[in-house]
Design a protein around this ligand. Structure first.
Ligand SMILES: Cc1cc2nc3c(=O)[nH]c(=O)nc-3n(C[C@H](O)[C@H](O)[C@H](O)COP(=O)(O)OP(=O)(O)OC[C@H]3O[C@@H](n4cnc5c(N)ncnc54)[C@H](O)[C@@H]3O)c2cc1C
Length: 464
């Protein structure tokens, strides 16, 4: 295999030019002499779908924590997304989430908003802004499309580069670098590449509720556009859920999801019928009056999976892993893109702080990436636990207590602005899970009487 280029300690390679890859390259600006981003696909000319990001057809929201990290890395990105048609949905004013006991109060809280936008537009805006940042930087960045990475070079102690297969002709070759960042998404082959280097695969944790997704685009009919996004999540006694959210150009996305193999169908009529079986009829009443614009697309690999590259000995020098290649989440919590942005910011901040050679900074950066990933992992896995147990399996006393507390907390959050704000802080990734156990939140959750939520979606916002 030909060696094409001998990179030095200050040359970096990023595997995958998706969201995490573009943000990783941005994080490396000013810290590397060159960054080469290797992307298997060609980018679409217009803001379209591509093979390497099959989940892009489904609802994607960007949470507050992710917005902060994205704007920190590429200032002005959230405004650019809004200019491109992203909806800024203030929580809970503009996005109502049904609870098992009813609808929440529509507080005009002004604390968190999610950005709702189709994934091709989000990726295109981020890529455009990243390329503009590359052009302004002293670091030379090259983005090579139609270029697949097929392995790593080096040995068990040190990664020295990557093996490349051009997808449109040309001979396989290698590219050497001081730092290789794997941002190749959920299909990352790094564990297999580790074996080729004589390294044990990183420890892997997987929590899978067997959730399946299906999504279709709609245009609401005249007079039927809801004035809020609608989310009817699954809960233990109602394992089917759905959400209906506005994106660009007057289009709405309906995503339906079912737990433990009870997946929404992709046949259009059966899909609509499935929407009538989620925990509240409101969703179906909206969708049945809207015009469908596309076929229904399904997606079934939704497990939470993290690979512990930060553990001692799990990452050779000169190699780190970011984004879905590192950790995937059950998508109903809308966390993956935000965590990719938080991880890229952690990489940038580690490089700025340590200032040392790139190969040596990798292990510290990987620990920081794991640390910023942890709150989202704990929240997603904790929320998924009730769905993992078989009906005849008895939960432990601790699990019963935790389930009781979170059930009360969710019911309280629908009506109580103080508890609601804490829950939103955690799920929007601006506060860690212990925020939900602070004395004020615990007292309101445990001591105040439990009341049912509202019987119908509230039509007017209320001040807090
Ligand atoms: C159904 C679904 C819904 C979701 N909804 C949300 C949501 O609402 N909010 C949210 O924040 N997150 C959501 N996510 C998660 C989100 O999609 C991911 O977290 C995000 O795409 C991660 O970005 P990434 O760059 O790591 O991976 P990707 O976006 O998958 O990009 C990986 C890139 O690597 C390239 N690549 C792969 N292998 C190679 C190789 N060998 N060589 C070169 N290039 C390669 C691919 O072509 C691709 O461009 C959802 C996920 C799913 C499955």
């Amino acid at each position: 295999m030909a060696q094409q280029h001998t990179g030095g300690a200050r040359d970096a390679v990023v595997i995958g030019g998706g969201l995490a890859g573009m943000l990783a390259a941005t994080a490396l600006l000013g810290h590397a002499d060159t960054v080469t981003v290797l992307e298997r696909d060609r980018y679409p000319e217009h803001r379209g779908f591509r093979k390497g990001v099959p989940q892009a057809r489904h609802t994607h929201i960007l949470l507050t924590g992710g917005q902060h990290a994205l704007d920190d890395l590429l200032p002005g990105s959230c405004t650019a997304l809004a200019d491109a048609g992203a909806h800024r949905l203030d929580l809970p004013r503009d996005l109502l989430t049904r609870t098992p006991s009813g609808w929440p109060r529509r507080f005009d809280e002004g604390r968190h908003h999610t950005l709702s936008v189709t994934r091709p537009v989000l990726d295109a805006v981020v890529t455009e802004r990243a390329r503009a940042a590359f052009a302004r930087s002293a670091t030379r960045v090259e983005v090579r499309e139609a270029t697949e990475v097929t392995g790593l070079t080096g040995d068990a102690g040190r990664v020295t580069g990557v093996r490349i297969r051009p997808r449109e002709g040309g001979a396989p070759h290698t590219l050497t670098a001081g730092l290789v960042v794997d941002a190749s998404g959920r299909s990352s082959r790094a564990p297999r590449w580790y074996a080729e280097l004589g390294l044990a695969a990183p420890q892997e944790e997987s929590v899978d509720t067997g959730l399946g997704y299906a999504t279709r685009r709609y245009r609401p009919g005249p007079g039927t556009t809801p004035d809020t996004g609608v989310n009817v999540p699954h809960w233990p006694s109602s394992p089917r859920g759905g959400c209906y959210l506005p994106v660009e150009d007057g289009i709405w996305l309906l995503t339906l999801a079912g737990m433990r193999g009870d997946h929404p169908p992709t046949d259009p009529e059966a899909f609509l019928a499935y929407s009538a079986t989620v925990g509240d009829p409101y969703l179906h009443s909206l969708v049945s009056r809207a015009e469908p614009l596309t076929p229904v697309h399904g997606f079934h690999d939704t497990r939470n999976r993290r690979r512990r590259y930060e553990r001692p000995g799990a990452a050779p020098k000169g190699f780190l892993v970011l984004g879905d290649a590192h950790c995937t989440f059950n998508p109903v919590y809308g966390q993956g893109m935000s965590v990719a942005a938080l991880g890229a910011r952690a990489l940038r901040d580690t490089l700025a702080r340590t200032g040392g050679p790139l190969p040596d900074a990798a292990a510290t950066a990987q620990r920081e990436i794991a640390a910023v990933t942890d709150p989202a992992w704990v929240a997603a896995v904790g929320a998924d636990l009730p769905y993992l147990r078989d009906a005849d399996e008895k939960p432990s006393a601790g699990e019963r207590l935790t389930a009781w507390y979170f059930d009360r907390l969710a019911a309280r959050a629908a009506l109580d602005p103080v508890v609601g704000a804490a829950l939103r802080d955690v799920f929007c990734l601006t506060a860690p899970l212990p925020r939900l156990f602070g004395p004020r939140i615990a007292a309101r959750t445990v001591l105040l009487p439990r009341r049912p939520a509202l019987p119908a979606p509230p039509t007017t916002p209320e001040p807090v």
